[in-house]
Design a protein around this ligand. Sequence first.
Ligand SMILES: Cc1cc2nc3c(=O)[nH]c(=O)nc-3n(C[C@H](O)[C@H](O)[C@H](O)COP(=O)(O)OP(=O)(O)OC[C@H]3O[C@@H](n4cnc5c(N)ncnc54)[C@H](O)[C@@H]3O)c2cc1C
Length: 387
Amino acid sequence: MTFDLTPEQDQLRDAVRALGRRYGHGYFVEKAKAGEHTTELWAEAGRLGYLGVNIPTEYGGGGGGITELAIVCEELAAAGCPLLLLVVSPAIAATVLNRHGTEEQRKRHLPGLADGSQKIVFAITEPEAGSNFHRLGTVARRDGDGWLLSGRKCYISGVDEAGHVLVVARTEDSSTGKLKPALFLVPTDAAGLTRSKLDMEIVSPENQFLLYLDDVRLPADALLGESLDAGLPALFAGLNPERITVAAMGAGTGRYAIERASEYTATRKVWGGRSIGSHQGVSHPLAHAAVQVELARLMIQKAATLYDAGRDLEAGVAGNMAKYAAGEAAALAVDTAVQVLGGAGMTTEYGVATLLGAVRAGRIAPVSREMILNFVAQHVLGQDKSY
Ligand SMILES: Cc1cc2nc3c(=O)[nH]c(=O)nc-3n(C[C@H](O)[C@H](O)[C@H](O)COP(=O)(O)OP(=O)(O)OC[C@H]3O[C@@H](n4cnc5c(N)ncnc54)[C@H](O)[C@@H]3O)c2cc1C
């Protein structure tokens, strides 16, 4: 067992940290408040190869794994730039395409995902189905050689920045008559696809949308994979990378908040010569949050290592636990940072309250803490399902 990164992973961590710090949280917040995107940061990260670290070299990527992508997610977040689209485009979409797309789909999309010139976002959540994906109502019907897609999706991140949305729909299986999942690569400018931006209480340059699919006509090759049978494994293929990278983003955000707070409490003096950090009522909550973040990081490392070793089932358990732990730790760290900064904690200038919405959302999305507890209760503890 080793807790050390390889020299290449160490170099990646240092390089991504340097890039993130050059932009910083001030840049992230400025873009969010101006209603703009972090276009420059994304483009530079793409040029430097950080967005494609997990994509095979033959498609222009770095040939690494989810361990490397988790490093990118964590370090950018630790610099105050938690980019949710890293979880959606390189983690989910690139993995799904690489593992289950056709060769033609891989060739068409992966190079653009690797260099950052293309983004593919992911749409599964629906207003009626919510956490219960078995109730998905977006339906794909045969239309000659192609498909017609109809349905509604909600909270879909980054549609305004992406060339395609990977839409999870359901079709009828002609052999069994049962409905089964199928994934479609839908161009964001397809006729019949409309969107409306949701007002979210999150300071973020990335937006969420309601999507309406009204008989969106798609060619045959918009179906991800060689046949309808690719749908279910493709859907599952995205889950572990999603959980691991979102956890890494949470851990990075937690580190960022604790670092900001520790700098402040070590120097702020309101009772004579002692810093406020000398009071254990201030330092212990920070130390407690630091322990929680570090524990989450260990679980992320375990999950990513298992995933990259091809041990998907074990990675599923570890990835869910990592996501749970990191979501809770990030929320605790940011809340604690706000508290120990006092009034300064609520200002934009000190750059911690600006993360409250994001870390709160991290306990709900992309999978809620309750659904993870359900997973652990059922799959690890052998409990019956209540739903
Ligand atoms: C910032 C943000 C970005 C997002 N981006 C995307 C995206 O890009 N693509 C996408 O497809 N979706 C996205 N989502 C949606 C997200 O994945 C869902 O919000 C999440 O899965 C929860 O679904 P829901 O909101 O419908 O909640 P519901 O399913 O309505 O659940 C509401 C509450 O009830 C709890 N609950 C539900 N069922 C159970 C149960 N059986 N046991 C215990 N508790 C239960 C939930 O945990 C939750 O606390 C995003 C959401 C947010 C907030």
